[in-house]
Design a protein around this ligand. Structure first.
Ligand code: DGP
Length: 113
């Protein structure tokens, strides 16, 4: 499948991977918008948040747990951080493989969009 994030999962495209288990991997965003900008993605290809079902509850829970763990590791947990999922064209999603952005290390703006 011609998906850049599937290629990162498969090790075919290099990435600065911070975490990997059977459900998710996490790696640094290539175009960081904050001192800490990490993407947490499912190992399996899910195109977007709109494709997540009830059966994916363990996966979504794991993504959140991993985001919290990386926030601790990256030393932004205490001051706070933002987690965001862009969904679809108007939601600002550019890569069609579900991913959660973890942003921290600076004051986030009050705007979300
Ligand atoms: P979104 O707009 O929510 O689809 O964000 C996609 C993010 O993915 C964007 O912040 C840049 C990042 N990205 C795109 N291609 C690559 C890549 O090849 N490697 C890494 N590490 N990040 C990428």
């Amino acid at each position: 499948m011609d998906c850049i994030f599937c290629k990162i999962v498969a090790g075919e495209v290099p990435a600065d991977i911070l975490y990997r288990d059977e459900l998710v991997i996490a790696f640094r965003d290539i175009n960081p918008e904050a001192p800490v900008h990490v993407l947490i993605i499912p190992v399996k290809h899910i195109p977007s948040l709109a494709d997540v079902t009830e059966a994916d509850a363990p996966l979504v829970s794991r993504m959140i747990s991993v985001a919290n763990r990386i926030a601790e590791q990256e030393d932004v947990a205490e001051k706070g951080y933002r987690v965001a999922i862009n969904c679809g064209e108007q939601g600002g999603q550019l890569v069609p493989h579900l991913h959660m952005h973890l942003l921290g290390g600076r004051q986030m703006s009050g705007k979300l969009g």
